[in-house]
Design a protein around this ligand. Structure first.
Ligand SMILES: [Zn+2]
Length: 256
């Protein structure tokens, strides 16, 4: 590719190119503003939904674990009941008191096991009911966020479809316009644009003030701006100032 030959371009032309670039960038910025906070809102919702999904899964697993705990204790009770029944029958056929007492102790131990298991089941059921309430709340929240996401995505989709072509055209024009501006100026332009919320790096003089920061521009400076002999920047905000005729907001009265 040939090297850019922008060094010998007259200031007036440089300013014109810069201003054209600014106008294109502003149009693109307007479209982005139209989309507004939607892209960010959508991605925030997506993050939140992933988090809620994880939470719902975790809670469901916790519930399964608690249910398993309950059923294990229920099994312990059943087994103990079977043993108590068996020991009871054995007691009817013992040969002496010592054997009878030994079986009685076994029965007592099994009864204690049943008691303990019942206590654990009671605790687990309280835990289970709390877990279910928490899960339900998380699921509800998940559904709400999912609805909100669907709505916002549809909204964004509509805007994207509407503006996509325009954005692409602007992008192409911007790339062409940037090629006309010399590297050093382009860097300054990008830096200034990036620094301000309204994304303006090139502004006109409006009612004797800078169109970017609205600070007063002295008459002498305004005169220089109109002469287009050098690039004048606003001493307050650093934006490049161009005259209103160049910007096309005012028509020039031709001199004879
Ligand atoms: Zn300014």
């Amino acid at each position: 590719m040939a090297k850019k030959k922008t060094v010998n371009v007259p200031v007036e032309e440089k300013l014109q190119y810069l201003f054209e670039l600014q106008e294109l960038d502003s149009k693109l910025h307007d479209i982005e503003r139209l989309k507004g906070e939607l892209p960010m809102e959508v991605s925030e919702l997506e993050d939140e939904i992933v988090g809620l999904e994880t939470r719902v899964n975790k809670l469901s697993e916790d519930i399964k674990a608690t249910e398993l705990k309950i059923s294990k204790h229920q099994n312990t009770i059943k087994e103990a009941e079977v043993l108590i029944e068996k020991y009871g029958q054995q007691q009817e056929n013992v040969n002496n008191n010592r054997e009878y007492d030994a079986l009685s102790r076994e029965i007592e131990l099994q009864k204690l096991d049943i008691q303990l298991s019942n206590k654990r089941i009671k605790e687990a059921k309280v835990q289970l009911s709390n877990q279910k309430i928490t899960l339900e709340a998380a699921q509800k929240r998940f559904e709400l966020k999912k609805d909100a996401l669907d709505r916002k995505q549809a909204e964004l989709e509509k805007i994207i479809v509407k503006t996509e072509k325009e954005e692409k055209t602007l992008d192409r024009k911007i790339q062409r316009a940037r090629k006309k501006v010399e590297e050093r100026l382009l860097k300054a332009y990008d830096r200034i644009r990036g620094a301000y919320k309204n994304k303006l790096a090139v502004v006109t003089v409006e009612r004797n003030s800078c169109g970017g920061c609205f600070n007063h521009i002295p008459p002498q400076t305004q005169l220089e701006i109109n002469q287009r002999k050098r690039i004048i920047i606003c001493e307050h905000c650093g934006r490049v100032l161009v005259d209103r005729v160049m910007a096309g907001v005012e028509t020039v009265e031709e001199e004879d």
